[in-house]
Each structure stands twice: as C-alpha cells, then as structure tokens.
Design a binder for this molecule. Structure first.
Ligand code: FAD
Length: 456
C-alpha cells in the first residue's frame, strides 16, 4: 500500500481541530500510533470558534428523545438544501456516519453533547443538532483534547507542517518547520490532512471563491489552504470549490454571532434605509450574500420575548451583557438607532406584521414567523455579514482518501473537514445546512482515522 519503510509513527494528523482530533482518536482506538501536529500555539482552529453543533441521525440521544429520524431522511434534507453537487456520495456516507459519530464521541470518549430541542436550524426537518450544553465549540474541543490525552495521543502545538514527504507515488511523511523550530521529518504510513480550508488566505479566496473576496472572514487564522495545494501537487483535484459557510448577522462591532434563533423566532433584517433584503428564513449562510451585496449597514429587529428566548444561548447572553442588543421603546427610538426614514421603516414593519398575522403574503415569500408579529419593547442589533469557512476541497473517497484526477487515489494521503470536498453544494453559501462543517470534519475524520489505521 505505501512506500514507507522505517516509520516513526503509524499516522500523522495535520491540524488539531475537530477533524484532526476525531481522526487521532479513531487511530488510537484501533491500537495504532498517532501524532497530531498543530501549527498554532493552541488546539481548536475554527472548531473552537463554532457553536459546536453536529447534526446526527438516529443517535442514541435522538432515539431517547423520541425523535424519528434516519440517515436516509438526513441525506435527503441535506441534498434538498445543497442542490445537486460534486460530492453527493459523501453526503450519504456522512449521514450514515453521523449517528455512530455522536454516539462514539459521547459514549466512548465522554465528549459532552446534548440534543438541541429549541431549534432545528437550517436544512434539518427534525431536531438533529447535537452540541455542548454551552453551545460553544471551545467546549467540544476541550473534551476532545481531554479524550486524546487519556488515549495517550501527543498533540504537538506550534509545530507547523511545511510539506509532505513522498516516495514514488506514496506519501510517507511530513516536514515540520517553524520560526523557532529547526526543520525535522516524521515518517509514517499515512498522513491525514485536517488543517481546514483556505478562508484566511486572500489569494486563494480571490482565485477559488471570488464571490466572497470582499467579505470579512471571522474564522481562525490557521485556515490558509496549504494542504489543498499539497493535495493538488500529488495529482488530486477539487470538488465543490465555490461553496462556503457565510453568516448574515455577525454583531457589529462586537464580532460575535448574533444568534440566528432570533430570526427563526420572528426577527427581521432591515437596512439603514428601512427596507428588507429578502426572505431571511433561507438561513444565515444563504442570506449572507444578500447582506454583503447590499453594502449597507444592517440591523436585526426583534422584541424582548425573542431576546429572552435566545438568551438561553451563552454567546447571545454575553452579547446582551456587552451592550450588543438595544432595547427600544418606541418607533422613534428605533428610527434613531437605525438611522432610517420613519415612514419607510414603519411600512416595512407593518407589512411584515401583516404577513405574520396571516393577513397578507409576505413581500419576500417568507413563510415562518416564529413569535412575530413583533411587539414593543423592540430590540435591535447592528450586524455585518461574514464568511466562516470554505466548504470546497480535495476530492476524496468514502474514507477520506485523496483521489487523483487519473481515477486512482494518492497512497498514504487522507483529507477531512475543510481540506476535503464539502457537502454544501457547488456554489455560494446557500447550500449550507447547519452543522455541515463539523460533520465533514469529525465525521470524515473518524472514517479516515479508521481507514488509515488499516493501511498502517
Ligand atoms: C463562528 C463560527 C461558527 C461556526 N459554527 C459551526 C457549527 O455550529 N457547526 C458546524 O458544523 N460548523 C460550524 N462552523 C464551521 C466549523 O467551525 C468548521 O467547519 C470546522 O471547525 C472545521 O473543522 P476542521 O477540523 O476541519 O478545522 P479547524 O477546526 O479549523 O482545525 C484545523 C487546524 O489545523 C491547523 N493547521 C492549519 N494548517 C496547518 C499546518 N500547515 N500544520 C499544522 N496545523 C495546521 C489550524 O491552525 C487549525 O487549528 C463555524 C465556524 C465559525 C467560524
């Protein structure tokens, strides 16, 4: 299988996010040796910045909660959101894998995840998202690092991988080098690339994802895309490269997520001119492009009932504490905060309320209104659009092994998470279902870890 002769370790994992940590745990479970190399001084990457939500069908937690679901239903939901794309088999594989993944994280490795029953979020027909109680990815990463420590897995921080070592057609190791680190090599049977996508690399975004080149990136700085380039150098090719996870409502200037639960519970998004941009219920990722294209300061308007409902989420509660949500007792105060013309803003809100009461069609076709019509006291937050991560990447097989354009695969090389082709469609942010990022990271990470162990 591989050209490696004297190996230092069975498997090298590049990147200590959810994808890399899941891969490493899976390798250790199989009794093989593994090391995780992380270029930054801490583990976590984008996974630690996320809300830690992983979708899973037929998990133990879902079954216990009486939620009827199946991998087939999940795959159908994800494909309905993404539309046709270049990695549809991966959607089906990851839907199958999702339940076992969450059971394994919770029951075998004691990662604390709960089934979220407050909301389904984008792309899911049933309650399927599993997240830490705090809904913070940092807690997911913390628990996964603890599990790695218990399994005796070395996670070497500030150890950036600079290049792959090859023998013939096979990948047999990596070169590690850093500013304060003498270059050294690690020889292995397999390398799992779990270093996320390229959203932090402006040049690659301009080349591969020009639609968002002007949109601010709110993810981790480590996502600079070098692993995708290594895969291409080995004969790999790209799939679904135009897809990304956007977010329509990053709180400005705070930089934290304005919970999308507000929109699902009935909030509307208006510009400083007092008008709406479309049907907000298409989701936070799909709606990001409309907000970006408007080029205008935008505001999410809701009311205190919605605020208090969403305040169960820690990050949103912190945003309230930090002054990121303004309570407004009259239309005059709202107008003053947004800067819109009073007549325009009133017309927009009245038209929306009328649709929410079922008295007229919504101007943009929105069908779900949560607790709307909104009632005073209102709340409003200024928001800006953002890119959270890229979803396209290297073509891989069902186990994450990197495929070559000649139809063969690259011996000894796996890609997961943001390095691999995602399952969010072929273009834009609209195909993203909630949790597609972590599912492709941890789900494919576990599968790749198992497969890489078998070749070791
Ligand atoms: C604010 C925010 C909220 C989100 N919420 C969700 C959510 O709730 N659910 C969901 O599914 N997705 C969410 N996402 C997306 C999700 O975070 C990513 O899809 C996921 O974390 C990717 O995991 P990963 O393991 O592939 O990458 P990461 O978690 O980014 O880990 C990659 C690691 O590799 C390291 N690395 C990079 N290059 C090298 C190198 N050369 N050598 C060594 N190490 C390297 C990086 O420093 C990083 O630590 C969110 C993203 C953001 C920004």
């Amino acid at each position: 299988m591989t050209g490696a002769t004297n190996v230092d370790v069975d498997v090298v994992v590049v990147g200590a996010g959810a994808g890399g940590l899941a891969a490493a745990l899976a390798v250790a479970d199989q009794g093989k040796s593994v090391v995780v190399l992380e270029k930054l001084e801490r583990a976590g990457g984008n996974s630690a910045l996320s809300t830690g939500s992983i979708p899973a069908a037929a998990s133990r937690l879902q079954v216990e909660a009486g939620v009827e679901d199946s991998p087939e239903q999940m795959a159908a939901d994800l494909l309905a959101q993404s539309g046709p794309h270049e990695a549809e088999d991966l959607t089906r594989v990851l839907s199958e894998e999702s339940g076992p993944l969450v059971d394994w994280l919770v029951d075998t490795h004691h990662v604390e995840l709960l089934l979220i029953k407050d909301y389904k979020h984008v792309g899911h027909s049933v309650h399927r998202l599993h997240a830490p109680p705090s809904r913070r990815g940092a807690d997911l990463v913390r628990d996964m690092v603890t599990a790695c420590n218990l399994a005796g897995i070395d996670i070497l921080l500030s150890n950036p991988v600079k290049e792959l070592i090859t023998e013939g057609d096979a990948v047999v190791g990596v070169v590690v080098a850093g500013d304060r680190l003498e270059p050294y090599e690690i020889r292995c049977n397999s390398v799992i690339l779990a270093s996320n996508g390229f959203a932090a690399n402006k040049d690659l975004v301009n080349e591969w994802l020009p639609a968002v080149s002007g949109v601010e990136y709110f993810g981790a700085h480590g996502s600079t895309g070098e692993a995708l380039q290594w895969g291409l150098e080995q004969g790999g090719y790209l799939r679904n490269i135009g897809a990304y996870q956007g977010y329509a409502a990053v709180a400005y200037p705070h930089g934290s997520i304005l919970s999308w639960t507000t929109i699902e519970m009935g909030a509307v998004l208006v510009t400083e001119h007092g008008g709406r941009l479309g049907d907000e219920s298409i989701g936070y990722s799909g709606f990001a492009q409309a907000v970006a294209d408007s080029g205008l300061p935008c505001f999410v308007v809701f009311d205190t009932r919605i605020r208090d409902h969403a305040a169960k989420e820690d990050e949103f509660a912190e945003l309230i504490d930090a002054g990121g949500v303004r309570e407004l007792n009259s239309i005059a105060e709202l107008v003053d905060f947004i800067g819109a013309d009073e007549a325009d803003l009133s017309r927009t809100l009245e038209s929306y309320s009328s649709a929410a009461r079922g008295e007229s069609e919504d101007a943009f076709g929105r069908q779900s209104f949560g607790m709307a019509p909104l009632a005073f006291p209102l709340c409003a937050s200024r928001v800006t659009p953002g890119v959270f991560h890229t979803q396209g990447g290297l073509a891989v097989d069902d186990h994450g092994q990197v495929l070559r354009s000649d139809g063969d695969f690259v011996s000894g090389l796996f890609a997961v998470g943001g390095v691999a082709a995602g399952i969010s469609g072929q273009s834009g942010g609209r195909g993203y279902s909630s949790g597609n990022g972590l599912l492709a990271a941890a789900g494919l990470g576990r599968l790749a870890g198992i497969a890489a162990s078998q070749t070791a």
